[in-house]
Write a protein that binds this ligand. Structure first.
Ligand SMILES: Cc1cc2nc3c(=O)[nH]c(=O)nc-3n(C[C@H](O)[C@H](O)[C@H](O)COP(=O)(O)O)c2cc1C
Length: 289
């Protein structure tokens, strides 16, 4: 592992620090805090074919060492992303990862076809969203479905493809292998772990959707374990994420086998988290090898 020119099997990042989908919007709010050109890549908010309102509120609950969310992929849709957000992101020297989500296999294919012609550097196929009624995580918890969606996307684009894996499985290695043999260039993991929290006063779940996805420091040991297990069975690179709040957390993922890392919930706690992780990692990684 090195600090500069990190090659994720065809997608070369200037450094291994990226930001996780859904925790960074399209970068606009963070560009007030620092120069986004510092980042290796930005994975944008999960996109869908049509704009989505997302789930009813409350959608967030704080938990010990983490949070539960059920945002439900609120986003302006892929066409608005192409029109309004790519030009903004291109003003920075960083790689653009388009995170795509579908209710059906056809929707993933349609989005990949559209983005194939657009100025994005990679397509991240999110088969692990726990917060939508159909599709989403269903694709990421069954090796056959994971394989079908990956190869369907592979067939319609020559872009670099990242498949984003769900931790809500018995054996992540089988899903990771299925994605690899079906044409994924890279894997990203982990998405959130399904969780729930009750309000003792109302005696009701805090989140309107009742169940959401747990993220933050609480999930880091699970993420590190899953990266470790997966790295031992696949030949493609892994972007590690889940609870990275500082350079030491990031380095732990790298020791487990990740080639790059993503800061997620850390961005919500401290908007400077990603550049601070980058600065701190210099202590652990050589500039070039
Ligand atoms: C508020 C919120 C929204 C998220 N939205 C998405 C999304 O749209 N697409 C996706 O692939 N992952 C999404 N995620 C998952 C994160 O990208 C990441 O995989 C997960 O939160 C674990 O990393 P962390 O513990 O550093 O947050 C979201 C996470 C949070 C907290």
């Amino acid at each position: 592992m090195q600090m500069n020119n990190v090659d994720l099997n065809g997608l070369v990042l200037k450094n291994p620090v990226t930001v996780a989908s859904g925790t960074f919007g399209f970068g606009r709010e963070f560009s007030d805090f620092y120069d986004l050109s510092l980042l290796g890549a930005i994975s944008v908010k999960g996109l869908t074919l049509k704009p989505r309102e997302g789930n009813p509120v409350p959608r967030l609950a704080e938990t010990p060492m983490g949070m539960i969310n059920s945002v439900g992929l609120q986003n302006p849709g892929v066409e608005a992303f192409i029109r309004d957000e790519i030009p903004f992101l291109r003003t920075f020297d960083t790689k653009i990862i388009a995170n795509i989500n579908g209710n059906t296999l056809e929707e993933y294919v349609e989005m990949a076809k559209i983005l194939d012609k657009e100025d994005v550097d990679s397509i991240e196929v999110n088969i692990s969203c726990p917060n939508v009624k159909s599709g989403g995580m269903a694709f990421g918890t069954d090796p056959l479905m994971a394989s079908k969606v990956t190869s369907a996307v592979r067939n319609v684009t020559s872009k670099h493809i990242i498949v984003k894996l769900s931790p809500n499985v018995t054996d992540i290695r089988t899903i990771a292998k299925a994605a690899e043999v079906s044409g994924a260039n890279c894997l990203s993991m982990i998405n959130t772990i399904t969780g729930m929290a009750f309000d003792l006063k109302t005696r009701r779940p805090i989140i309107a959707n009742r169940i959401g996805g747990l993220s933050g420091p609480a999930v880091k040991p699970v993420g590190v374990r899953m990266v470790y297990e997966t790295a031992s069975v696949v030949g493609i690179p892994i972007i590690g994420m889940g609870g990275i709040m500082n350079a030491e957390d990031a380095f732990e993922y790298i020791l487990a086998g990740a080639s790059a890392i993503a800061v997620g919930t850390g961005n919500l706690v401290n908007p400077m988290c990603a550049p601070q992780v980058l600065e701190g990692l210099k202590k652990y990684l050589p500039a070039e090898v």
